[in-house]
Design a protein around this ligand. Structure first.
Ligand code: GCO
Ligand code: MN
Ligand code: MN
Length: 394
């Protein structure tokens, strides 16, 4: 039987240079894998994507591609071999971002630093990252404020920090317009790590910020599974709110135990049921953006196992997509969905638009609370059937 879970470019799967290229360093130990050049990362992803060229593209931070301090000649050589590897592998660049967290100059943040010179340097670095991404055709620019935050609250005025952040984003939107880059900017939230407390801790915080920006139409969000789970939140709900607002410009897929350090595990590997409802939402809503796996292999993995890791991210997504179709077509699920929904067009009409007469009708209505409370909601059956579909029981 042909394998039904083979990725193709239509799936819009992407990986970052820093994801499969992660050498396995952690705060307690040195790298366990050799560093890969950008061209080697492309080769590894081509292997994971297989004959169907299943990986659409590769994303990068400015310095994943061109290290800080590279001479113009060195930069040209790196860009040349990366471009050649992309062409050979039939891959493209979907998203670019700026590393505003590794260099010690950003020890107290970038856009929200207390030092005006650091803030200016951060904006300049983003402009250059935008120039670099545009050379490779990137159309999405992610802002992840790795150091935008505090350990001690006295360090920064949080309202001023928000204004600094807003001014930087406004400036960079104008720069993109000026250069005709056509970037869409995606803001990525995280509650903590590496800072003790990071500004804009959740996707919801960013959704609230966006309408106050100078170019709200250009700015959306890049929610990440791990980051909402670190905050103990339901990721699918965050994504749903972003989708409903037309703001899901990008998504970072990985997995994460609640209450742990940032783990960046293979997609679906911790909570496959949560991953299932996420994939179901993305697919049923027709999300047409990139599905970016911002994850890395276990520190124990060697290079072959990293390929398995990348394949696994895509394969699990496709398996869950198939499960979502089975779930929707399942006769037990269908009849349960009918049972748990009690629609009434008349009542919706009455409550959706305020008129004096609607208000009077509603005020005069008598509700039978006991009858309402007695209506069955067989959610145990619904969840068990969901589990059986996920576990492959027909
Ligand atoms: C993290 C973040 C990053 C960002 C990346 C792009 O927790 O380290 O998820 O991987 O997504 O820097 O901006
Ligand atoms: Mn992350
Ligand atoms: Mn991320």
């Amino acid at each position: 039987m042909a394998d039904a879970y083979v990725p193709t470019p239509k799936d819009r799967f992407t990986f970052g240079l820093w994801t499969v290229g992660n050498p396995g360093r952690d705060p307690f130990g040195e790298p366990t894998r050799a560093a890969l050049s950008p061209a080697e990362v492309v080769e590894l992803l081509a292997k994971a994507g297989g004959d169907s060229h299943g990986v659409w593209g590769v994303n990068f931070h400015d310095n994943d591609l061109v290290p800080m301090g590279a001479t113009p000649a060195e930069a040209d050589a790196i860009k040349g071999s990366f471009a050649a590897a992309l062409k050979k592998a039939k891959m493209r660049v979907a998203m670019v971002t700026a590393n505003l967290f590794s260099d010690p100059a950003f020890k107290d943040g970038a856009f929200t630093s207390n030092d005006a010179e650091v803030r200016a340097f951060a904006v300049q670095k983003c402009m250059r990252a935008m120039d670099l991404g545009a050379e490779f055709g990137a159309k999405v620019f992610v802002f992840w404020g790795g150091r935008e935050g505090v350990e001690t609250e006295g360090a920064k005025d949080p309202i001023e920090a928000e204004q600094r952040f807003r001014r930087a984003v406004d400036f960079l939107c104008d720069y993109s317009i000026h250069r005709r880059y056509e970037y869409r900017f995606a803001l990525e939230a995280k509650p903590n790590e590496p800072r003790g407390h990071m500004y804009f801790a959740t996707t919801g915080h960013y959704l609230a910020l966006i309408p106050s920006l100078k170019h709200p139409d250009l700015v959306g969000v890049n929610p990440e599974v791990a980051h909402e789970h670190m905050a103990g939140l339901n990721f699918t709900h965050a994504v749903a709110q972003a989708l409903a607002a037309g703001k899901l410009f990008h998504v970072d897929l990985n997995d994460q135990q609640f209450g742990r350090f940032d783990q960046d595990f293979r997609f679906g590997s911790v909570d496959p049921k949560a991953a299932f409802f996420l994939v179901k939402l993305l697919e049923e809503q027709g999300y047409d953006g990139f599905r970016h796996f911002d994850a890395h292999a276990y520190r124990t993995a060697d290079r072959d196992d990293v390929v398995e890791f990348a394949r696994g991210c895509m394969r699990t997504y496709l398996i869950l997509k198939d499960k979502a179709k089975r779930w929707a077509a399942d006769s037990t699920i269908k009849s349960l969905l009918k049972q748990i929904n009690s629609p009434s067009k008349d009542l919706d009409r009455l409550c959706e638009t305020f008129t004096k007469s609607h208000a009077e009708t509603l005020l005069a209505m008598a509700f039978d609370r006991a009858a309402l409370a007695a209506r069955p909601l067989p959610y145990e059956r619904l969840d068990q059937r969901t589990m059986e579909i996920l576990l492959g029981v027909d």
